[in-house]
Design a protein around this ligand. Structure first.
Ligand code: B12
Ligand code: NAG
Length: 133
């Protein structure tokens, strides 16, 4: 390698961690009440590269006064989404906030982990679906 090429390679290596640390993954959060059939609410937020959904929801709550959520903590599975915008799941009427994901290519999936483990990918739609089990 020529000295200038060596220098730019070294510079790149130096800057790479910085660029990665700065990159935020954009995603949408859609709030759906399938029991009322009301119009879905769309929000946009972001999370650190490979950050967890809980982080994306927190960022959204901090930036948007029309979105709030609460969660409870399970000793084994971690955080469980309890309420969105004041509406809480309830075991007596068997309601809960289901987690669904529409990927950038349009595929729908139901994650097999909760908000503390799921790591949203770029341009995914996270659907919080109030429903019954
Ligand atoms: C029944 C059940 C549910 C019911 C619970 C209803 C109720 N109150 O009884 C409902 C349908 C609500 C449910 C929802 C979800 N569940 Co679930 N559920 C189960 C299941 C089949 C049995 C749990 C149980 O009754 N255990 C026996 C009792 C005595 O123990 P327990 O500790 O008190 O059980 C409680 C917890 O399991 C809790 N719970 C249930 N699911 C989840 C998920 C998370 C992330 C958390 C924190 C807690 C939690 O609810 C139970 C009752 O209070 C387990 C799998 C299994 N066979 O264990 C999956 C399981 C626990 N669920 C799982 C998942 C992923 C979910 C969802 C995230 C699915 C989704 N995409 O929406 C959602 C939670 C969304 C949210 N709001 O945060 C995963 C968790 C894995 C993980 N590491 O995160 C499991 C292990 C299944 C799997 N995919 O392998 N679930
Ligand atoms: C929400 O849940 C209902 C009931 O399980 C289901 O019919 C519906 O398809 C879900 N909503 C979305 C947006 O997938």
């Amino acid at each position: 390698m020529t000295p200038p090429a060596l220098l730019s390679a070294a510079l790149l290596l130096l800057l790479l961690p910085l660029t990665l640390a700065d990159s935020l993954v954009p995603l949408d959060v859609v709030v759906v009440n399938s029991l009322l059939g009301s119009a879905p609410e769309f929000h946009t937020t972001n999370v650190a590269y490979r950050g967890i959904l809980l982080g994306a929801l927190r960022r959204l709550m901090e930036s948007n006064k029309n979105f709030k959520f609460t969660f409870t903590e399970h000793p084994d599975y971690g955080p469980s989404l309890q309420s969105v915008n004041g509406l809480a799941g309830n075991s007596d009427d068997r309601t809960y906030w289901e987690l669904l994901v529409k990927t950038a290519d349009g595929t729908m999936k139901r994650p097999d982990v909760g908000i503390g483990c799921y790591t949203p990918k770029e341009k995914e739609q996270i659907i919080l679906n109030f429903t019954r089990w």
